[in-house]
Design a protein around this ligand. Structure first.
Ligand SMILES: [Ca+2]
Length: 498
């Protein structure tokens, strides 16, 4: 007896091109040589003779299309449980399939794995990017579910771009895979350009597992690009020489943002979440969208700051959800442009005190009513604000070298001049020629444009007088003639007190 012929292939076919296992689908068995007088087989004989591991459906039959090829055609798949992953056939020798050429044993045993497919290969109908997600939509439910790691995504989806530094995926339905990007650092995602190249090794096919595996390029990613930062600019609001209130940073986007159109205020802790500053900006600061495109940060307390002009200050966190005004774009992410502008002005010399002059329009015997004028070389920041000082402020900031009494105040009466007024001079020891003021840096007296250091240190000694001495009459006896006394007098008017 010759050996039995063998089954060399079992091939599924889907002549209708539809997406399901059903009517008109076929399974073709090819034998290694022509068989002797094979007969058509009805459903029951196929079940008994070919031993399908699954229910092939309610109605099907088999025909020999040649002496070496047998084809099962499905007419009604009702009740089937066919899956290409597990379908196999075990041919029984009682079918008596023997070689035509010689006396052989009958074919029997397990057939080779089935190839081909009963349903069209699934396709990706769209790849859409919104927020920090990329969604792949399939035309039919597929045989996948659960989640995918970053390396799964890289291996099976083979992106032709960098998604970012951290991402994962989750099947939100049998037709939709959602990739979430947690850290977009390094992302090269380009709307309308980027896409995936699905790896056949993934073995993705329809949910019923009656199709072939999908592989190859997906459509290009569609979506709306995220708002981008076009500039980060330092603003030295007071034109001063320090990083301090009310210095600012304007972050300008290329389009209105979802937060911008609401004009939201952003507290420091949220700014840190959104912007992920690479440097400290101070112990207290806050932000506000001053226009739909500009987020303005105001420094309240600059202590601890180490940010420098020219540095990249921020990495926008996509998790914060900053996107276009309509809320339809990708979320903004990644490093912002280097900061330009300045928080520190070019310095000019500090003001100096030109003179300290006293007079007393009220009385000629006590300090009460006296006024002392401190005149600066140039208008000051305090002068242009008409600042005033209580007695405590005078003592701590202007620091007179001797007592001025029990009640006095001071006020800037012009950009250059402080007038100190003594309401009660009881016990005053200050005297012309010796009284000076030791101006403290904490008085914060700078040029009116703010861009000098604070004046500090001793003023010149006071001239003039604490008493009312508008003029002095000086007379001398020139000569004596009998009953005539000739006297020469001069009136010295003390203009310096006027
Ligand atoms: Ca400043």
């Amino acid at each position: 007896m010759a050996p039995a012929p063998t089954v060399i292939s079992v091939v599924a076919a889907n002549p209708s091109g539809d997406n399901v296992y059903g009517a008109t689908d076929t399974i073709t068995f090819t034998f290694s040589e022509p068989l002797r007088s094979p007969q058509p087989l009805d459903r029951l004989r196929i079940i008994n003779g070919f031993g399908p591991s699954h229910n092939l459906g309610a109605v099907f039959s088999g025909q020999w299309i040649s002496n070496s090829q047998f084809r099962i055609t499905i007419d009604d798949a009702t009740g089937h449980n066919v899956s290409l992953s597990t379908l196999q056939f075990v041919i029984a020798d009682h079918l008596g399939l023997r070689a035509d050429a010689n006396l052989s044993y009958a074919v029997s045993g397990v057939t080779p794995a089935i190839s081909g497919a009963f349903a069209a290969t699934p396709s990706v109908v769209s790849v859409t990017a919104v927020g920090r997600s990329i969604m792949l939509a399939f035309n039919v439910g597929v045989n996948k579910g659960g989640s995918m790691t970053q390396s799964d995504i890289n291996m099976m989806l083979q992106p032709d771009f960098v998604l970012g530094a951290s991402y994962s995926a989750y099947w939100i339905s049998p037709t939709t895979l959602n990739i979430t990007i947690y850290n977009m650092t390094g992302s090269t995602l380009a709307i309308g350009v980027s896409r995936f190249d699905i790896n056949g090794m993934w073995q993705l096919r329809n949910a019923a597992e009656t199709s072939a595996f999908l592989s190859g390029l997906t459509p290009r990613i569609t979506g709306i690009a995220a708002p981008m930062v076009t500039s980060v600019v330092a603003i030295n609001t007071y034109n001063d020489l320090q990083y301090a209130w009310p210095d600012m940073i304007n972050i300008t986007f290329d389009q209105p943002t979802n937060f911008g159109v609401q004009g939201l205020s952003v507290i420091r802790s949220d700014l840190i979440l959104l912007l992920q500053p690479r440097f400290e900006l101070g112990s207290s600061y806050g932000g506000r969208w001053i226009t739909p495109t500009v987020l303005q940060i105001t420094i309240f307390m600059g202590d601890g700051a180490n940010a420098t002009i020219g540095a990249v200050l921020f990495d926008i966190n996509p998790e914060f959800g900053l996107q276009n005004a309509a809320g339809t774009s990708l979320f903004s992410s990644g490093p912002t442009p280097a900061i330009t502008g300045s928080w520190i002005a070019t310095a000019v010399p500090a003001p100096t005190v030109l003179s300290v002059t006293g007079w007393n329009p009220l009385n000629g015997s006590t300090h009460t009513g006296a006024e002392v004028f401190i005149v600066f070389s140039t208008p000051t920041n305090r002068g242009v604000l008409n600042s005033t000082y209580s007695m405590i402020s005078v003592n701590s900031w202007l620091q007179p070298s001797a007592s001025l009494g029990t009640a006095y105040t001071a006020a800037w009466i012009s950009g250059t001049t402080i007038r100190l007024s003594i309401q009660n001079g009881t016990g005053a020891t200050a005297e012309t020629g010796s009284l000076r003021f030791n101006i403290s840096a904490s008085a914060d007296i700078r040029v009116a444009t703010n861009n000098s250091l604070q004046i500090q240190g001793n003023t010149p000694a006071m001239v003039g007088s604490f008493y009312f001495v508008p003029c002095t009459l000086v007379c001398v006896i020139v000569s004596l003639h009998g009953r005539h006394l000739n006297i020469a007098c001069s009136l010295v008017i003390n203009y310096s007190v006027l």
